[in-house]
Design a binder for this molecule. Structure first.
Ligand SMILES: Cc1ncc(C[n+]2csc(CCOP(=O)(O)OP(=O)(O)O)c2C)c(N)n1
Ligand SMILES: [Mg+2]
Length: 614
């Protein structure tokens, strides 16, 4: 007879989670780095009690905002190259729904995180409970159904034994490189507290290692033939290169065959910025070096990328009519996008096979030399825009230059929304793989500070530098207090351009009037003058406003010795962005308008759309 142990569903859940392991560099460790929790009536008695029981093996962390704690959990998974991850539990209703945006963020970015929102009573006897939405026609609906389209796997636990297969499936999804994404187990409040005789072997220790899929023979042969026939080959490195930890294999292929490499936001730092064949950023926020090659390329090897519009210039970037795209991706959905020839495989495995098959083959020297020259030209252009200045309102690029000079390439830099992603994609000189952490799949304002906290938990010995705009900061800054409480130091550089600078620029570029983006253009009785340094200090951080680029540089250098979260604020110019590099992006302009500026922008838009191939 199977031995059993009588536990509540929530106890079974937490005991199970605490026994899931992974192995990194030969060292066995828990696969869950911990659980973020904000309790309410929907989880305090059930999940809360169960987390307390395992608090030594599976630490619980308290946050100030559910979305923010989910950001921290997700960033932890990303910084660990998806090899380790975290869970996040909330009460029902508003607490649960506060995590939905974060769930979408993880879904878009293919990042592992386990959401454990509380749900209404399965027995429905006390209905309607506090925070329960009542559906007039569907007794099974709850607000947690909002998680369905933004979860890779969703389940509602309405009986205690259902958690057994649900946990099995959850672990499959969280650890499978192709399926990877958020898992939501919606835990009915009464069921959390219900006991069941669980089989003892459910709680046996398990070690999960990522699957490394090797390519199909036919797909591999087709990819090799395409590459061998290439005159102008180019690799686009996406986040999958990092998650597969395939940087060595990528460098080997690039060097062996003389193929230049460019990087998406998710893939930046696949190769160090100073690798001669790394053309760096590609696409809408790309370098001139990368984009010139992308326009001409006849074979594009797209590795571990979702080919989102910022990468493909809304599919107007690749101008070679006879081009072939090879989609090397662990997920078939991505591998075959836009009629690409799929090469379904783990990035490291696929790149290694290609290197082996291409031994002795080289791209035409003129193509490789042209790439190297383009890189030099780009570096000179980038140096110009990032150089120091005395301007009262420096550009984002000039602030980036100061951060780079003060902090070097050995830090982990994080950003997510506003004008910074484009500028950093172009201009930041990344170091080792994973040292550039962009959330640009969903570009969620408010990811930055909480995300930085998650990265710091994953890499406690690293300097984590967060760059954030005033808009993003005001949207979600609460976890500064948590970083202070947990003794996890972040260095936060806040660029205050007094509004939504990048959207204001986009508004102008599409012919719009300056309206409702910068604070000065928004309806107001009093012009806001937010004292960000005082605000950050009130949360416990060391905070200072600096008056110039030079002061930012010296203060940053000093801040390296600070042992707690430091926020440095600098005023910046909302109107300037880097013109060098870049590519058109499809943002639909109104077909009719009483504004001549809109009509002019529409005309240009139609020309650009007409230039899009296939
Ligand atoms: C949650 C969320 N809401 C809205 C947007 C759209 N959006 C993108 S950038 C931006 C403005 C960001 O302002 P700020 O952080 O000050 O950066 P800036 O544009 O000034 O560089 C907005 C509103 C978004 N990305 N995320
Ligand atoms: Mg701003």
């Amino acid at each position: 007879m199977t031995k059993t142990v009588r536990l509540t569903m929530a106890q079974a859940l937490t005991h199970f989670l605490s026994r899931q392991m992974t192995e990194i560099d030969g060292e066995k460790m828990p696969i869950f780095g911990g659980v973020w929790a904000i309790f309410g009536h929907g989880n305090v008695a059930g999940v809360g009690e169960a987390l307390y029981q395992v608090r030594d093996e599976l630490p619980t962390f308290r946050a100030h905002n559910e979305q923010a704690m989910a950001h921290a959990a997700i960033a932890y998974g990303k910084a660990n190259f998806r090899r380790r991850f975290m869970a996040a539990t909330t009460s029902i209703g508003p607490g649960a729904l506060n995590m939905v945006t974060a769930a979408a963020l993880a879904h878009v970015n293919r990042l592992p995180v386990l959401f454990l929102p509380g749900d209404v009573f399965a027995n429905r006897l006390p209905d309607p409970v506090l925070q329960q939405a009542e559906d007039f026609s569907d007794g099974t609906a709850s607000v947690n159904d909002c998680f369905r389209p933004v979860s890779r796997y969703f389940d509602r636990i309405t009986r205690p034994e259902q958690i057994i297969p649900a946990l099995n499936r959850a672990m499959q999804v969280l650890t499978d490189p192709a399926e990877c994404g958020p898992v939501t187990l919606s835990l009915c409040q009464d069921v959390q507290a219900e006991a069941y005789d669980y089989p003892e072997n459910l709680f046996a220790e398990r070690v999960w290692t990522p699957r490394r899929l090797r390519p199909d023979r036919q797909e591999l042969a087709a990819a090799i033939a395409a590459l061998k026939g290439a005159r102008k080959p180019l690799v686009i490195a996406g986040g999958g290169v990092l998650y597969s930890q395939a940087s060595d294999e990528l460098a080997k292929l690039a060097q062996g065959a003389g193929i230049p490499v460019c990087e998406t936001q998710g893939g930046k730092s696949s190769l160090p910025d100073d690798h001669p064949l790394n053309m760096a950023a590609v696409g809408v926020t790309g370098t001139s070096a990368a984009n010139r090659l992308a326009e001409e390329a006849d074979v594009v090897l797209a590795v571990g990328t979702r080919l989102q519009d910022f990468t493909t210039g809304s599919w107007a970037l690749f101008k070679n009519a006879g081009r072939t795209i090879i989609g090397l991706n662990t997920q078939g959905f991505d591998a075959g996008k836009h009629w690409a020839r799929p090469l379904v495989a783990d990035a490291a495995e696929g790149l290694a096979e290609l290197s082996e098959a291409l031994k002795g083959w080289k791209a035409p020297a003129a193509w490789t030399d042209n790439a190297l020259k383009g890189k030099e030209e780009w570096r000179a252009a980038a140096a110009k825009v990032t150089a120091s200045t005395n301007a009262a309102y420096p550009s984002d690029a000039q602030v980036i230059g100061a951060v780079q000079r003060a902090m070097g390439s050995g830090v982990t830099l994080l950003h997510a929304a506003g004008g910074l992603p484009g500028e950093l994609h172009k201009l930041w000189q990344a170091g080792e793989p994973g040292s550039y952490h962009a959330e640009y799949g969903f570009s969620t304002m408010g990811y930055e500070i909480a995300g930085g906290l998650g990265v710091k938990m994953a890499k406690p010995d690293q300097e984590v530098v967060v760059m954030v705009g005033d808009g993003s900061y005001l949207m979600l800054n609460s976890e500064i207090a948590t970083s202070v409480m947990l003794g996890l130091k972040l260095t936060i550089v806040l660029l205050d351009n007094r509004g939504y600078g990048c959207i204001n620029r986009l508004q102008m570029a599409t012919g719009g009037a300056n309206f409702n983006n910068l604070l000065k253009d928004a309806r107001h009785e009093v012009m806001p003058d937010v004292d960000f340094a005082a605000h950050a200090a009130s949360l416990g951080a060391i905070a200072e406003k600096v008056a110039s680029i030079a002061e930012l540089e010296t203060t940053l250098a000093k801040a390296k010795n600070n042992d707690k979260t430091t926020v440095l604020v600098i005023d910046t110019d909302p109107l300037v962005s880097t013109e060098a590099g870049g590519h058109w992006w499809d943002v639909a302009v109104p077909e009719v308008s009483s504004r001549p500026q809109v009509n002019a922008a529409r005309k240009k838009y139609e020309e650009a759309v007409g230039g899009r191939q296939g």
